[in-house]
Ligand binder design. Structure first.
Ligand SMILES: Cc1cc2nc3c(=O)[nH]c(=O)nc-3n(C[C@H](O)[C@H](O)[C@H](O)COP(=O)(O)OP(=O)(O)OC[C@H]3O[C@@H](n4cnc5c(N)ncnc54)[C@H](O)[C@@H]3O)c2cc1C
Length: 438
């Protein structure tokens, strides 16, 4: 009898966990991803703030699954699903909308940025979701210092050295803390005309406190820590405008050349492909066995799925994605080999953490709430443990020790310095076109 065909779309946390659970399944597994690498998104902000290099937080999916003899990795973009014909359509550099048939389908396509209906903000306030985003943010931050150093008129330095992060969830808080440490330690002796320590870092959110998923006392501790690091935290007002000159918040214009979007996320279009019920955010409503109602062969997992537990929707975090991916893989394996199905999916919450600058984190697990150095050590240990390979774990550990001891960071290269983005930044800053266009 022909082996069943399983397609996994997405090599993020959920897709990889599903593939790993299917390693010994007598089936033909195809994992399709539009990038060739798995990214450890929780450390993207460390690439954006020059602590780590892109290759320290990402690894080729093909190499992670190299010992999975039943699995083929395909680089391509899935563009749709035909539930009746049981096939997905994918495109690559060569071909468009090629159908591939499946017996079981696992959609693990994650999420992208949401500008809450203000898509025009995207041009001026890039988000942080992929390696390319993190490199672009790093370039933008480093360029701002270069532009300020090259600028003879000191009155322009303040605008160039104002950095605004929109969104005070974990990503915004972690990024603001890392940026504050970066300007006050790593960069402090590197410039002659400007003092990087004078950089202004603002964290803006319409919520009334930072880190809304955490308890109020941990939120307060994180805010206090940010303020001690010199970050201005502006809460309770949404951003009305973002353009080439900065932002407008609560009627006040704040001039800045570097605005980063660390706010909302929107799920992938999986719900549209399947034409099934979604929640208000557009995530596919799934059942307790992680399948789509009426389609026991289609699983949707991770950030692109919506499932309630104890009356509340599960959060879009890596642990949910990993546990769901693993469950979907196990359930498919059991069906293929004829074993009884596992009980309904039940998320085990191991807790939440966010790091705020050097040597400080907040940690919440069950009734335990801790902030400070011990929480930071736990944060570091847990993040190292979840990196995809042991070589990444070693490399990141050594870099962290080096950065902790010396204040120096891993990657301060502006890789697109002669590219289009630099030309645009230079043009905005009225640098001579001959230099910008070279
Ligand atoms: C900056 C940042 C910081 C975060 N920090 C934390 C944290 O500290 N702790 C935590 O628990 N969670 C954190 N998260 C959330 C966590 O990373 C996500 O919940 C998790 O990545 C979701 O896993 P996933 O597999 O559903 O999606 P992803 O990991 O996003 O993977 C989706 C995959 O699908 C691929 N894909 C998407 N569309 C297609 C398509 N059409 N065709 C082919 N491939 C496609 C993508 O290339 C990607 O590889 C953070 C997220 C971000 C962005």
């Amino acid at each position: 009898m022909a082996k069943p065909k399983i397609i996994i779309v997405g090599g993020g946390f959920a897709g990889l966990a599903a593939a790993k659970a299917l390693r010994k399944t007598p089936a033909k597994v195809d994992l399709i991803d539009r990038t060739n690498h798995h990214v450890f998104q929780p450390l993207l902000y460390q690439v954006a703030t020059s602590v780590l290099t892109p290759s320290q937080i990402a690894t080729p999916i093909r190499s992670v699954l190299r010992n999975h003899e039943n699995t083929t990795v395909i680089l391509g973009e899935v563009t749709g699903v035909d539930k009746d014909r049981k096939c997905v359509f994918f495109s690559d550099a060569d071909r468009q909308n090629v159908p591939i048939a499946y017996d079981y389908l696992v959609l693990a396509t994650g999420a992208s940025h949401s500008y809450f209906g203000h898509n025009q903000f995207a041009e001026y306030a890039p988000g942080l979701k992929s390696l390319a985003d993190a490199e672009a943010a790093r370039n933008k931050i480093l360029q701002a210092f270069e532009l300020a150093e090259a600028e003879e008129d000191p009155s322009r330095h303040r605008d160039l050295l104002t950095f605004i992060l929109v969104g005070a969830g974990p990503t915004g808080v972690e990024m603001a803390g890392a940026l504050a440490v970066f300007v006050r330690t790593t960069l402090k002796s590197d410039f002659r005309r400007i003092d990087p320590r004078s950089a202004r870092i603002l964290l803006v959110d319409m919520a009334s406190r930072v880190l809304p998923p955490f308890s109020e006392s941990l939120s307060r501790a994180a805010k206090q820590r940010l303020e001690n690091l010199g970050v201005e935290v502006r809460l309770g007002h949404s951003v009305d405008q973002i353009d080439a000159d900065g932002i407008v918040v609560a009627g006040e214009r704040i001039a800045s050349k570097t605005v980063i979007w660390t706010a909302g996320v929107a799920p992938s279009p999986a719900g549209k492909w399947l034409n099934v019920e979604t929640d208000r955010a557009g995530r596919v409503r799934i059942q307790k066995d992680l399948t789509v109602p009426g389609h026991p062969e289609i699983f949707v997992v991770g950030d692109t799925a919506s499932l309630d537990q104890n009356g509340k929707p599960l959060p879009g975090v890596a642990q949910v994605a990993i546990q769901q991916g693993r469950y979907a893989g196990k359930l498919i394996h059991n069906r293929v080999v004829g074993s009884p199905a596992p009980g309904p999916f039940n998320y085990f919450d191991k807790g939440s953490m966010a790091v705020v600058g050097k040597g400080f984190a907040v940690l919440q697990t069950g009734k335990v709430q801790v902030s400070g150095f011990l929480a930071w050590l736990t944060w570091a240990a847990v993040h190292l443990q979840f990196l995809a390979t042991s070589s990444l774990r070693l490399s990141v550990f050594l870099q962290w020790v080096w950065t902790y001891v010396t204040g120096q960071r891993g990657d301060r290269l502006i890789v697109n310095h002669l590219g289009a983005e630099y030309a645009k930044a230079a043009a905005d800053a009225t640098i001579k076109p001959a230099f910008a266009g070279r």
